[in-house]
Design a protein around this ligand. Structure first.
Ligand SMILES: [Zn+2]
Ligand SMILES: [Zn+2]
Length: 1273
């Protein structure tokens, strides 16, 4: 063990070394200061106690070695330290206090003048030694401390979180000068202060030379301001024996430190002042000169002169100092009577409180005492908000109190304007981090000043920006989002500026001088209106949550069904009809209006387009207004904003309602699920931030997207940033384990060049699980089906080599294609197979599109052929007939060039010769016609109705049994009724099994869809319908019109169907959706009323199901009715099938009568009668049965035979018996007159609606019909 003396020696030696390094004397001599410092330490730090574990620290070591906040108190005992830290925890008991270190800090106080010539002297203070300089904050400062050497007995070091910049020091206790203070020989002025105020008010021109001295009590100290790179501040002195205040402008760099010296209520003398006035307002004030001195006021040295000014009307608003308790009291009072006033006036108060949270330092928002928000945005914080850490105590003087400026902002706000003072009363004793305020590039503050925003708008702006940053900075980085470079505004600005422009159309510039000097206070914080945000842009997870919530709001199963229909449905049908419904929401459906933003991505797992933010992803369907498909590969990775969209919530219900009577009972809802997606037009998209790493040329080609041009002239050109980092395009959650490196580039793997090949898509098939194997896949997944799709393409021209992706040029291959037809290579069909990551191209690839594959980092022109499977022998390469099958590699990049329809004529003809393209898309009437021959059909149409039905029993749904993501039961299929044109009566039915629906989005009533490669089928009843199969594909051409009421009911209220004649039905017998006839009801052929078991459909009698083997447990019966009636309209006859409520209408029964009749049937199970049968001959009914008698007499009554208006559709399942060629003759009676007429076969109609016709209406309709008939003859 070393002797105490030795330890002491070692310590002294270390101290000496430290002084050599950090505080060398002049000319590198032994620093004379060491002895003085030791002496100083001894007096300050209690002798040599604990000297052993104390060490000097240089500024540079502090900055580079100390990474957590710490404090040092030389003279304190442990007990003292504990007490100190305990007191500091008052406001924030959960926070740790600053850890104590035993470091000795010695250095000079400086104002940074010599250190950095470039930097403005801005009133900041620094501690420096030979190794470095560090900003510091003091609570008390004397001017003569500058450039003196100090020992700092008590200080905290607060490192900055971001390692790139240094932290700062909080000087807790006045520093101890090492040497005796320099004898500052203030030449004490003998000049007396003049009566300052009259000088200022009377505009006596000042003699240039005369410098004045003014003395007074400091009543107000303005903040340090920096305007046009000039830093200055104002102070206000109250002259003695008067309440008059005079403003003094301090603007010389060497005087800026005065700002730290001034203390409110103290008296000062300032010499060397001259008078000046503001050009704009003419306000006069004193201005310091270079020779000005700041002196403490000593009454003995100054003779007071009474001011003869009588202007006593002092303007400073009286303010009271409020404690937190008082404030919360007055807040509660205020909250009650807050509502009705439109414009509120903010109250000016003073307040002392602790910072408890930094809400948003860039926006200048701090939480005080956990209850009130301090906003410093209106008062520039030139010291980067140093010292404003949680735990610090601030005094606010003359700040504006704003209650509830923004509906969504939880706190009352204290706003400091240029008239307010914010004084740091004590430093935080807690180990809370320091967040520096960025003075440059601070978007919040920039926009605040640019638009001169009031507090409500500012807080709203801040909240929008916070959310925006939170959502997207993980994609682009904070700086990319917020920064704006010259004319090129950043994403955040593109988002916010239009909103602000709309909110503040006529903004006035802020007049800071007036704000500081005006006698009547004027500032942006005085008056305010509680703002209800006009719009919002929440995270996608919040969007989905709210949309789901809205979709169930006020939802009841009964609203999906018309009660008339529902009461006749069996359990199965009833629950199936409830299983799938949807609702659509637009921006206006949300309060406030919802702006949708997200980064466009493609998921290679679901092959769907998505908008993405940090919180979630939202599937999207993008269409184009001109009906061409969306193929904008360049938009992948871009940040998009849409304000015009349809948010679709598909609702999936698992229910077990026994019958309609139970619909209001929520117990029968077993499961509720939703799936949300959004659809919009590309034309409604605003690109906030274009993706990097795109090979972007889509805009150059003829049909480029006409993205919204913005007013500032920056059009979509930003989209063209050509930087090929194609791997960046990968789905972030893409499957792992696959080779990401360049494929096929055996010749030179490190090259930056790339090979591209142009092709035309001639056929595309839908997504589904297919029995393909990925080549690199391990054995374990051997039997897994791979989700995949394939496309048939025509290679155009030859592969081309480019030195860099950005150089990929025009469609020169096309010229080649046209001329060199003999060179077979230039036109070869290939089957492209997309699996794994390349599935992401599914939404972009469309028939008739010209695309280019680019293989990055590759120089092998044969790459596309080498990868064919099976490999193509070189000898065959030149033969056009050789079919190629090519697995699209993950690293390849797809780029849409143009559409075949956009090509100039000569290129087009060349291509169509090659493809032998004829019209591949048929019309719906063509497909329906019996002369149509194809089995795979493509056509366009608008969805009229979407219904869920049971899959035909013989068709086994394909797909993997444990398919994910399907929310519909697999034995369901959806029937789409598609019409050729809006309002057209001709419809085609398309059946899609639930397993395919997993990949299909946007199939909603009102949407126009291109169906490709559907299978055309003919039913038993000779009806044509289509089914979706493995090679089918759909693309959405246009979205449902948004003005349509997106009700949950499948059919909207349409205009009445057109009036037709029975004879005219023949030519278009097939697939007529709906029509109307005016006809005469001739007779009722059959009527059948039944009660049916809701589960097994057996007869339900007296409260029980009649099925015995096996017995049926059902408790619920459902009534059903049907009738067949004969109608004629003079041109022909038809049989009309009526069901349920239509039976009542045909029989002319009121709902009450109908109800009674049906209830009578309940005890019997069923009642059937037939036309022409004799009474009592019925098989089931008993002769005495009243219901039967009643019905029979009703049917026979001549009153039944009457004119009616009948809406119908053609029965799609008529007996297909062809009528013999000569049409039979039939007799018709009309009153006494008998006609004989030749009639065709009776069509069978399905009754959709029966309307009684009054005499007047009958006459009118008949006359109409006559005129039409005669005109058509
Ligand atoms: Zn103000
Ligand atoms: Zn049953």
């Amino acid at each position: 063990m070393a002797a105490p003396g030795a330890a002491e020696q070692r310590w002294l030696q270390a101290a000496r070394d430290f002084f050599h390094r950090a505080l060398p004397g002049p000319d590198g001599q032994e620093p004379a200061a060491l002895e003085a410092v030791l002496r100083c330490l001894r007096s300050a730090g209690g002798g040599t106690v604990g000297r052993g574990n104390r060490a000097f620290i240089s500024i540079s070591d502090l900055q580079h070695q100390q990474h957590i906040p710490c404090c040092s108190h030389l003279s304190w005992s442990t007990k003292e330290f504990k007490e100190w830290s305990h007191q500091g925890q008052g406001a924030l008991p959960m926070q740790r206090t600053l850890p104590r270190t035993y470091l000795i800090l010695v250095g000079y106080l400086a104002d940074g003048r010599q250190e950095n010539k470039e930097k403005l002297v801005d009133g900041c203070l620094y501690v420096k030694d030979n190794t470095g300089i560090i900003p510091c904050e003091l609570l008390h400062f004397e001017l003569d401390w500058l450039e003196s050497l100090f020992v700092f007995p008590s200080w905290s070091y607060i490192p900055q979180r971001d390692r790139s910049s240094a932290g700062y020091l909080e000087i807790l206790v006045d520093p101890v000068p090492v040497n005796a203070p320099k004898e500052v020989l203030h030449s004490i002025p003998v000049t007396s202060p003049v009566s300052a105020e009259p000088l200022l008010t009377s505009r006596i021109p000042c003699k240039k030379r005369s410098k004045l001295t003014v003395a007074g009590e400091l009543t107000r100290l303005g903040p340090l301001l920096c305007v046009h790179r000039k830093t200055f501040f104002f102070l206000f002195l109250k002259c003695f024996a008067s309440a008059v205040c005079v403003p003094v402008l301090v603007q010389k760099p060497s005087q800026l430190l005065w700002h730290r010296v001034f203390q409110l209520g103290h008296s000062y003398t300032i010499t060397g002042l001259s008078m000046s006035s503001l050009k704009k307002s003419g306000q006069t004030m004193f201005v310091t000169s270079v020779s000005s001195c700041l002196l403490p006021y000593c009454a003995e040295q100054v003779r007071e002169q009474p001011l003869n000014s009588a202007s006593q009307g002092e303007s400073t608003q009286s303010s009271s100092l409020e404690t937190p308790e008082q404030l919360s009291c007055s807040l509660q009072l205020g909250a009650e009577e807050e509502r009705p006033r439109p414009t509120k006036e903010s109250k000016i108060i003073s307040y002392v409180g602790f910072v408890t949270k930094v809400l948003n330092v860039q926006a200048g928002l701090f939480l005080l005492d956990n209850q009130v928000c301090l906003c410093l945005a209106y008062q520039p914080l030139l010291n980067s908000a140093r010292g404003l850490r949680p735990g610090a105590c601030v005094e606010l003087i003359d700040v504006h109190l704003l209650q509830k400026p923004l509906v969504s902002f939880p706190f009352t706000v204290l706003g400091a304007c240029l008239n307010s003072m914010v004084v740091l009363k004590s430093f935080s004793r807690l180990s809370t981090p320091y967040q520096p305020l960025a003075s440059s590039g601070n978007l919040c503050l920039q926009l605040l000043f640019r638009f001169n925003l009031g507090m409500p708008l500012y807080l709203w702006l801040v909240s929008l920006l916070e959310t925006f940053e939170e959502r997207f900075s993980c994609f682009f980085g904070r700086r990319q989002l917020l920064s704006s470079v010259h004319q090129n505004p950043g994403a955040a600005e593109k988002f916010l500026v239009p909103l602000l422009q709309a909110m503040v159309p006529d903004r006035e510039a802020r007049d800071i001088y007036n704000e500081i000097l005006s006698e009547i206070h004027q500032c942006p914080l005085q008056k305010y209106l509680t703002l209800s945000p006009p719009c919002q842009a929440p995270s996608l997870s919040a969007v989905c949550r709210v949309a789901e919530q809205k979709s169930w709001e006020g939802f009841s199963p009964s609203q999906l069904l018309s009660p008339l229909e529902a009461q006749h449905m069996g359990t199965q049908e009833l629950n199936r009809r409830l299983a799938w419904s949807y609702c659509t929401l637009s921006a206006e459906s949300f309060q406030p209006q919802l702006i949708l933003q997200g980064v466009l991505r493609v998921s290679s797992r679901s092959s769907s387009l998505q908008l993405q933010d940090k919180s979630s992803a939202l599937r999207c369907v993008i269409s184009r207004k001109d009906g061409s498909p969306f193929a904008q590969t360049a938009l992948i990775g871009s940040l998009l904003q849409v304000e015009n969209y349809q948010l679709v919530v598909e609702r999936f219900l698992k229910t077990d309602f026994p019958s309609w009577e139970h619909l209001e009972n929520p117990e029968h809802v077993r499961e509720k699920k939703t799936s949300v997606y959004v659809q919009f037009y590309l034309e409604d998209v605003q690109v906030l931030h274009a993706a990097e790493g795109q090979i972007q040329k889509g805009l150059r080609s003829g049909n480029s997207s006409s993205l919204r041009n913005k007013k500032d002239g920056s059009t979509t050109s930003e989209l063209e940033t050509p930087e090929a980092k194609m791997l960046k395009l990968e789905d972030s959650k893409a499957d792992t384990g696959r080779d990401e490196n360049c494929q096929g580039g055996q010749s030179s793997p490190r090259t930056t060049g790339c090979v591209s090949h142009l092709f035309l898509v001639t056929q595309k098939e839908g997504l589904m699980s297919r029995n393909y194997q990925l080549p690199a896949e391990g054995d374990k997944e051997k039997n897994e089906l791979q989700c995949s799709f394939q496309a048939t393409v025509l290679w155009l021209g030859r592969s081309q080599l480019w030195s860099h992706p950005r150089e990929i040029g025009n469609l020169s291959e096309l010229e080649e294609t046209g001329c060199d037809e003999k060179e077979g290579v230039t036109q070869q069909e290939a089957l492209l197979l997309f699996m794994g990551k390349s599935l992401r191209w599914f939404p972009f690839l469309h028939v008739d599109g010209l695309y280019r594959f680019t293989v990055p980092c590759c120089s092998d022109l044969q790459v596309f052929y080498k990868l064919c499977s099976p490999p193509v022998p070189a000898a065959f390469l030149s033969r056009p007939s050789c079919p190629l099958c090519l697995l699209v590699q993950d690293s390849w990049h797809l780029q849409h060039e143009t559409w075949i329809s956009c090509l100039p004529e000569h290129q087009l003809t060349a291509l169509s010769v090659l493809t032998g393209m004829d019209q591949r898309t048929a019309s719906i009437p063509e497909v329906l016609s019996s002369s149509f021959t194809g089995s795979l059909v493509s056509f366009c149409g608008e969805i009229v109705e979407r219904t869920l039905c049971a899959s035909p029993r013989n068709e086994k749904p394909p797909g993997h049994p444990k398919q994910r993501g399907t929310l519909l039961s697999r034995d369901h299929s959806v029937k789409l009724s598609v019409s050729a044109a809006p309002g057209s009566p001709v419809v085609m039915d398309i059946y899609i099994t639930a397993t395919y629906l997993h990949y299909l989005w946007g199939l909603l009533p009102g949407a126009k869809i291109l169906f490709q490669n559907l299978e055309r089928k003919i039913s038993r009843f000779h009806n044509v319908y289509c089914t979706y199969n493995a090679s089918s594909c759909v693309s959405i051409l246009s979205l449902p019109a948004s003005h349509l009421p997106f009700s949950s009911s499948p059919a909207g209220e349409a205009s009445p169907p057109s009036l037709v004649l029975l004879s005219s039905l023949r030519p278009q017998l097939q697939n007529l959706a709906q029509a109307r006839i005016l006809c005469h009801l001739s007779c009722v052929l059959t009527v059948c009323l039944q009660w049916i078991c809701s589960i097994c459909s057996c007869i339900f009698k007296e409260g029980r199901c009649t099925r015995h083997n096996p017995p049926c447990p059902s408790q619920t019966g459902v009534r059903q009715a049907s009738a067949r009636v004969l109608v004629e309209d003079g041109t022909g006859e038809a049989v009309v099938l009526c069901r349920n409520e239509h039976v009542a209408a045909v029989l002319g029964l009121s709902l009450l009568e109908w109800e009674a009749v049906q209830n009578c049937v309940q005890s019997r199970g069923s009642v059937c009668i037939q036309h022409g049968e004799a009474p009592g001959t019925g098989c089931l009914e008993k002769p005495e049965d009243l219901v039967t008698c009643y019905l029979r007499s009703l049917c026979r009554s001549p009153l039944i035979c009457r004119p009616i208006l009948l809406d119908f559709s053609l029965d799609r399942k008529p007996s297909k018996i062809q009528q013999p060629a000569p049409l039979p003759l039939r007799n018709f009676h009309c009153g006494e007159v008998e006609f004989v007429s030749r009639v065709g076969p009776r069509p069978t109609l399905l009754c959709l609606k029966v309307e009684e016709v009054g005499q007047d209406a009958l006459r009118y309709l008949n006359s109409q019909r006559m005129s039409r008939t005669s005109s058509s003859c």
